[in-house]
Design a protein around this ligand. Structure first.
Ligand code: AMP
Length: 428
């Protein structure tokens, strides 16, 4: 089978790494890929905004399967174009991807289908938004409607702060069209959980639970980022909780989409908060999480290429997803300046030494080759990922691998999986 992976981040490297392990995969092409992915297959230049160009690339490369990593091409309709041309693809249609593409749509959808979420007001212009502030309890969460690469969700402690955010999003247009509408939402408290499923619209296969770390610094301090690390073990959500999530959140979502004429196919990510009143859905993503994907593929025992080919053919019912009973963790190494403007072009050393450690894989995100040398090229640079006999072992291996890697200004969190490790201690 010829497989095409679209994207160039840590998530896509992790997907490509797992796909390449399948005996079914004859040729792997990554578009545009990154230096890590270049070690697995051929990387070809591509513009992820050029939907027709991506479909033509898949035709030329005779792709039997295309896996779309990031959300932007899905929200723009890449899966529709592939399906129109008879090209097998993993990812939802533009209509179904609106779950991620519009927070106003997502929240109103949750309300229509009785899916538990934070109380909210959808605001179509700044007048709506300023009036909504008169009737809220503080703090509030303000969310830009459209895709904003992790910059669209802000928490305001008091009215002046909220007013400044609304002004920036809705009047000054800081996020462009993404901030033209906003959702103002009740601020919830609790532990977060990423629950991702794979579905062809009929069969639903839940992935192992994961938890990511959005804030830049230890103890959840500092600004929000795209994610500074993630881990997976089954104790993040035990079997009764997973069954509850399927019944109260996943199934009503898929039924609702079907009823509204937007059947879903692909990875569907549920970003949840486990509050004292029960699980609440914060957001949908129409693709795998990044960095959740990295620890997930490290635990996946099945042939991902076979499962995804079945999904693209609408025959997921014959597939399964088996996860190792153990645990995995991914520590993201980021550039100085991230999540603001990252300093780039710094030489990276030590990846080979890190990967010599047992169970360790280093996934590339913001890297490039300059004069034959590997240098930093983005905010999140590497995802150092390790499997272990248990979570303690996985985390220790990941940090031992981090010790081997160097680049100027490297920043990372030292408390990845802290909540999971506490749970593990409590069980001992
Ligand atoms: P979202 O893109 O909607 O998941 O939001 C990004 C992050 O903002 C989440 O992972 C949470 O950490 C935080 N967040 C979002 N919505 C809420 C909420 N209603 N209450 C508290 N925190 C939230």
């Amino acid at each position: 089978m010829n497989v095409l992976v679209l994207g160039s981040g840590g998530r896509e490297h992790a997907l490509a790494w797992k796909l390449k392990q399948s005996p079914l995969v004859k040729k792997l092409v990554c578009a545009p890929g990154n230096p890590g992915m270049a070690g697995l297959g051929e990387c070809v230049a591509a513009d992820l905004n050029d939907i027709a160009g991506l479909a033509t690339l898949a035709e030329r490369r005779k792709a039997d399967l295309t896996v779309v990593g990031p959300e932007a091409p899905l929200v723009a309709g890449v899966a529709d174009e592939f399906t129109r041309r008879g090209l097998p693809v993993v990812g939802p249609t533009k209509a179904a991807a609106e779950l991620e593409g519009s927070k106003v749509f997502a929240k109103e959808f949750m309300k229509r289908h009785g899916i538990p979420t934070a109380g909210f007001t959808a605001c179509w212009d700044h007048g709506d938004a300023y009036s909504a502030l008169c009737a809220v309890e503080w703090p509030v969460v303000i969310k830009a409607d459209g895709l904003a690469a992790g910059k669209g969700v802000r928490i305001a402690q008091e009215p002046d702060e909220a007013t400044a955010i609304i002004e920036a999003f809705m009047e000054k247009g800081e996020l462009g069209a993404a901030g033209e509408k906003v959702v103002i939402e009740e601020c919830l408290e609790g532990e977060e959980l990423s629950f991702i499923v794979l579905t062809d619209g009929k069969t639903v296969l839940p992935l192992a639970p994961t938890q990511d770390h959005k804030r830049l610094r230890d103890n959840d301090q500092g600004p929000n980022t795209g994610g500074m690390g993630a881990y997976s073990d089954d104790a993040i959500a035990d079997a009764p909780l997973r069954a509850r999530l399927m019944k109260e959140i996943v199934e009503p979502t898929l039924r609702g989409l079907e009823a509204e004429g937007r059947p879903y196919s692909g990875f569907l990510y549920f970003g949840l908060m486990l509050t004292a009143e029960g699980p609440r859905l914060l957001e949908f993503n129409c693709r795998m999480g990044d960095p959740e994907c990295q620890p997930l593929v490290a635990r996946l025992e099945d042939d991902l290429a076979e499962t995804l080919a079945n999904l693209a053919a609408g025959k997921l019912s014959g597939s399964s997803l088996q996860w190792s009973a153990n645990a995995s963790a991914c520590v993201v190494l980021a550039s100085a300046g991230y999540p603001g403007k990252p300093e780039t072009g710094k030489a990276i050393t030590g990846i080979e030494a890190a990967e010599k450690l047992e169970g360790v894989t280093v996934f590339h995100a913001g890297t490039k080759l300059a004069d034959g040398k590997l240098v930093t090229a983005g905010g999140r640079v590497l995802g150092v990922t390790a499997r272990g006999t248990d979570l303690r072992d996985a985390v220790d291996h990941a940090y031992a691998a981090v010790e081997k890697i160097r680049f100027e200004g490297m920043q990372f969190r030292r408390d990845i999986a802290a909540r999971g490790l506490k749970r593990l201690e409590a069980r001992r």
